[in-house]
Design a binder for this molecule. Structure first.
Ligand SMILES: CN(C)CCSCc1cc(N)cc2c(=O)[nH]c(N)nc12
Ligand SMILES: [Zn+2]
Length: 372
């Protein structure tokens, strides 16, 4: 069996799940945090270091790799796993989000999206078929349908049109998808409109995808709005298939997403924040450049087992950061990634041992103290 998802335990109080996602490049234990490696690298981290922090799967992106170096070159290298020397699972996003957010002048047509490359302004035309073909060429284990994510706030008519287009494009992706060693996920859109979200989910379920992504969130809505949409979709999406909440996120959103039946998460937060000195810890977040850390000889997080926390003081990392030394950004990213990976590992263990509600309460109690 190339692709299989097994739910191993469900928290009776919340519905949080612990599971195993079997892929051609290995088994992923869920809930899982997936580091983002948009351009075939998780910034500042080598594959060996990613294995050390127990990263199970990394993300990459169709839009970026299509523009540079091009899928043809990566196919000549033997696919993305060989090209980047990462032999665990890879998930690729379809580029739907980037075409609308990153590229220059884009023109949506029924067939696809015309856009200008953010690199050199060259004109391109991305279609559901091309996005699917590129992901098959990259050889990721999990691929995404080409979708349209609308910016918030948006009116219901705009959201409805994006749902209808996303569904038509999902059918076209499924139509041309051939690789049986790659799972294609449908992406639920619908902005913050309950009926649109339910209709979109039901139509995608009828197409019978092996997994479902929840798109169109973490785009500026409040936490409560995000949680309302998750509460709405949780009972509708098939219990026996994985749910992936795209672009999330902040530690509290991860724990609350797990409590609402989400299995997979991705976010650029740990590496992006790491590069600007913002650290995520069990006791809240802080920025290392603050003067209060000048003579702080303790670790970033006393509860963390990562290399940065075991071997270096906050005073030293603050010095590196203020001096603009690359090691500063590396150690901060290293810690933030390990923190989120460990947080999901802890949630999984708590679900398996029947103590997730206590885990969730303890997390909020400690994280919100901000006692760093
Ligand atoms: C910054 N990137 C690494 C992550 C952004 S791309 C992932 C991503 C994030 C969010 N928030 C929503 C969506 C969405 O609705 N559709 C797609 N295809 N991707 C999405
Ligand atoms: Zn650490």
């Amino acid at each position: 069996m190339m692709f299989e998802f097994r739910v191993q335990a469900v928290c009776p109080e919340t519905g949080a799940r612990a599971g195993e996602l079997v892929t051609p490049h290995g088994i992923i234990e869920t809930p899982v945090f997936m580091p983002v490696g948009t351009r075939a690298t998780v910034k500042a981290m080598s594959p060996r270091e990613m294995e050390e922090i127990e990263a199970q799967i990394v993300l990459s992106n169709t839009y970026h790799l299509y523009l540079r170096p091009g899928v043809e070159l990566i196919e000549k290298a033997g696919g993305l796993h060989r090209f980047m020397n990462w032999h665990r699972p890879i998930l690729t996003d379809s580029g739907g989000f980037q075409v609308f957010s990153l590229s220059g002048i884009n023109r949506i047509k029924e067939d696809g999206v015309e856009f200008s490359s953010h690199l050199d302004g060259s004109r391109h035309f991305m279609t559901p078929e091309l996005a699917t073909r590129v992901q098959e060429g990259l050889g990721s284990d999990i691929a995404m349908c080409f979708d349209q994510c609308v910016e918030l706030p948006c009116d219901e008519e705009t959201a409805r049109k994006s749902v209808e287009r996303t569904l038509r494009w999902a059918r076209r992706c499924k139509e041309v998808h051939r690789r049986d060693d790659q799972a294609l996920f449908g992406i639920v859109q619908g902005a913050l409109f309950d009926d649109l979200r339910k209709d979109c989910a039901r139509e995608l379920i009828a197409m019978d995808f092996p997994g479902y992504s929840i798109g169109g969130l973490s785009v500026g809505e409040s936490h409560d709005e995000m949680y309302r949409i998750l509460d709405l979709l949780n009972p509708i999406l098939p219990q026996e298939k994985p749910r992936y909440l795209m672009g999330v996120g902040f530690p509290t959103n991860l724990v609350e997403g797990v409590a609402r039946g989400v299995d997979m998460f991705d976010c650029v937060l740990p590496t992006r924040n790491g590069r600007n000195g913002t650290l995520l810890t069990s006791r809240g977040k802080f920025n290392i450049k603050h003067s209060r850390f000048e003579e702080d000889w303790g670790p970033i997080d006393p509860d963390c087992d990562c290399y940065a926390c075991r071997e270096f003081s906050k005073a030293y990392i603050r010095h590196l950061y203020r001096s603009g030394e690359m090691l500063g950004a590396r150690l901060c990213s290293w810690h933030n990634l390990r923190y989120l990976i460990s947080l999901m590992k802890g949630a999984r263990e708590a679900i398996l041992e029947g103590r997730f509600p206590q885990f969730r309460d303890r997390f909020h109690e400690l994280f919100s103290t901000g006692k760093v």
